[in-house]
Design a protein around this ligand. Sequence first.
Ligand code: KG4
Ligand code: ZN
Length: 406
Amino acid sequence: MKILSIETSCDETAISIVETDGKEFNVLGNAILSQIEHHKEYGGVFPTIAKREHTKNLIPLLRNVLSESNSLNAKDEIWHPEKKEVLEKMLKREPELLKQFLEFIPTIKTPDIDAIAVTNGPGLEPALWVGINFARALASVWDKPIIPVNHMEGHIFSALLQDDFKMPKFKLPMLALLISGGHTQLVLSKEHLKYEIIGETLDDAVGEAFDKTARMLGLPYPGGPYISALAEMSRKNAEYTQTDVEKIQSESTSSLRESAHEVKFPRPMLYSNTCDFSFSGLKTSVLYTLKKIPDLTEDIKQKIAKEFEDAVVEVLLAKTKKALTKYGAQTLVIGGGVSANKKIREAFKEMIENEFSKIALYIPSKELSTDNAIMIAIAGYFRYKQNPEKYKNQNIELKADGNLSL
Ligand code: KG4
Ligand code: ZN
């Protein structure tokens, strides 16, 4: 089966074509365009800009993906006027996309695909709608079924996918720790494609806490990777200090300044009985610490980043361990953009190796950690296989749901 997938839930516009028999996922074409440069100055994703950029970029990305998968074949046929009207209606809120659509799609042959998968939530609704309307327009012209996909289920499947793009036979119950810019959840799956949220953040998502902390330290958006890099430098410096204590103590004024500002942050809800999280207090602690420091040196920035990352890791580990034990999980999946974090990856690998060696751990490759369309194709495939009939009807309920739950 060949699936064309579309992802526009946040600040990445992504399209892919994936061929699969359910065991192996062969990526025939894959294109992703990050909008980070457009959102940087706002320190976060600005929904109207996200919508504008998706609207502008979907057709060029589709062209690339079709070309990469050798499915770009010219034809010279004029639209049936009725179809044009249908499309004008479908894409009336995205005039730029409609214009590009009418210029491009009539010039190419229907590609050899079986279905179109599209993210219908969660995410920014104006952004999600662009992908959905585009999928509907393509499905109507090419007469293909549409599979709506939950973005978080996509993150679960991209974590399960092996480096050789094979899907392993994983055991249930599966526990998924989903950590992204908008979510921090512990999800339990006792049955294929069925999920129960057993813990989640009561306020900020982990990725959001990384991004806000980064912003306070004057780092660019999205801040996760910058915090991670600073934290790593701090750990390296600490190693160095230990081996060369005397030299540093005698000559470095910055180390004196550092010790004057011992940085310590709380581990929110570490001892609470639930599997829920809270990260807004941690963010506030960073803010208060910064207020007390008149002279923010590179050393202190690194210390703050390290202590912040350590606090996050400790809480994520503790809550995940609690859930693994409580629900007897046999598989642990870590998914979402924050799973690209080196310290988190290492800490979870170590924890599973040392304390839960019977549990299989799946973490996505770095490329598939953050948003992409391949994960939407994979989740779409499993949804379709479960009930193909459901998707044959083009009137299947298809609307953007910013708060869509698993
Ligand atoms: O899943 P994702 O790409 O988009 C959402 O669905 O939200 O996640 C984006 C989030 C951002 O908050 C970003 O700062 C964070 O993932 N992130 C990281 C790292 N790489 C991305 N956080 C910590 N360390 C990283 N290396
Ligand atoms: Zn995501």
